[in-house]
Design a protein around this ligand. Structure first.
Ligand code: NDP
Length: 281
């Protein structure tokens, strides 16, 4: 199964399918990522907040896969937005991953109600990591359209991606079109709505029709919309299932039926980025 790559605005590219490790415990991460790499995943999405970067590092070292075949993303924790904290935090991320260079580093949340509303200086600081060669690309996560407009207007540096909640029940079209307007690729987090796509009758009917699982149908919907995804599972069978989505296609009819499942704000599962202000202790 060959995973397509999506071109980014800075001339690099990213595998459209990866593996997410949110809520994988620090003790289980190395083993879980080892299994994902065995299945064929080469793109791993972690974060300082997940406290499992070291496990990701352990698994990629043990796997012995050539570095240029891997694509590793991490994210700045919400307590590290001040430039000096971001510099220290980024150095620690590289150390925990055991890497000299990361493929993609993101601001995890904009935190607009904290730091006097300043996420621009944080964004400028991430730019230093590209300049010194320790990050191939930088981007953002959970940025609303006005946050995106602000960093682009004030720095001229366009994030390569904006990683936001997107799934059939929360299509997040406003943010997706703001991303597209700037040439920013959308990464869809919780792509199978944290597993709940399996409980939806409409998705179930399409799944029966195409002979796939509901999770595969939802993941394929994202792929055909052009977003980047990294479903999480601790189970090898599901890791395989979530990887096998490039040998079938959804019809335009099935795609629009899935589009109609969007519940707007009512479909959001995670926090609203405009008010999210959590800083881990
Ligand atoms: P997902 O939509 O990937 O769903 C994961 C859940 O679905 C788990 O409970 C998993 O259970 C279950 N599952 C996995 N595969 C299947 C399947 N084939 N059939 C049925 N159930 C399945 O949710 P996540 O919230 O984990 O999001 C994915 C990734 O997105 C994260 O790991 C993280 O990398 C990123 N993310 C980023 C955020 C951000 O703020 N930037 C916020 C949230 C997520 P089990 O493990 O038991 O298989």
């Amino acid at each position: 199964m060959t995973v397509p790559r999506i071109e980014l605005i800075n001339g690099t590219s990213i595998p459209q399918l990866g593996f997410g490790v949110a809520q994988v415990s620090p003790e289980d991460t190395a083993d879980t990522v080892r299994k994902a790499l065995e299945v064929g995943y080469r793109h791993i999405d972690t974060a300082q907040m997940y406290e499992n970067e070291a496990g990701v590092g352990e698994a990629i070292r043990a796997a012995g896969i050539p570095r240029d075949e891997l694509y590793i993303t991490s994210k700045l924790n919400t307590g590290f937005h001040r430039p000096e904290d971001a510099r220290v935090g980024f150095g620690e991320t590289l150390e925990r991953l055991g890497l000299d260079r990361i493929d993609l580093f993101l601001i995890h949340w904009p935190m607009p109600t904290q730091y006097d509303g300043d996420f621009v200086s944080t964004w400028k600081t991430l730019g230093e990591f590209v300049e010194d060669g320790r990050a191939a690309s930088i981007g953002v996560s959970n940025f609303q359209p006005d946050h995106l407009d602000k960093i682009v207007a004030e720095t001229g540096v366009v994030p390569v991606v904006n990683q936001v909640e997107v799934h059939p029940f929360f299509a997040n079209e406003g943010v997706r079109s703001a991303n597209a307007k700037h040439g920013v690729v959308t990464e869809a987090w919780s792509p199978i709505a944290q597993g709940t796509v399996s409980d939806d009758d409409t998705i179930g009917e399409i799944a029966t029709l195409v002979g796939r699982s509901p999770a595969q149908v939802a993941l394929r919907w994202h792929i055909q919309r052009g977003d980047v995804i990294f479903p999480k599972s601790t189970k090898v069978e599901r890791m395989k299932q979530n990887f096998e989505i490039f040998d079938f296609e959804l019809s335009p009819n099935a795609m629009s039926t899935l589009d109609e499942l969007d519940r707007g704000e009512a479909g959001r599962l995670g926090p609203n980025p405009d008010v999210f202000d959590y800083i881990p202790s």
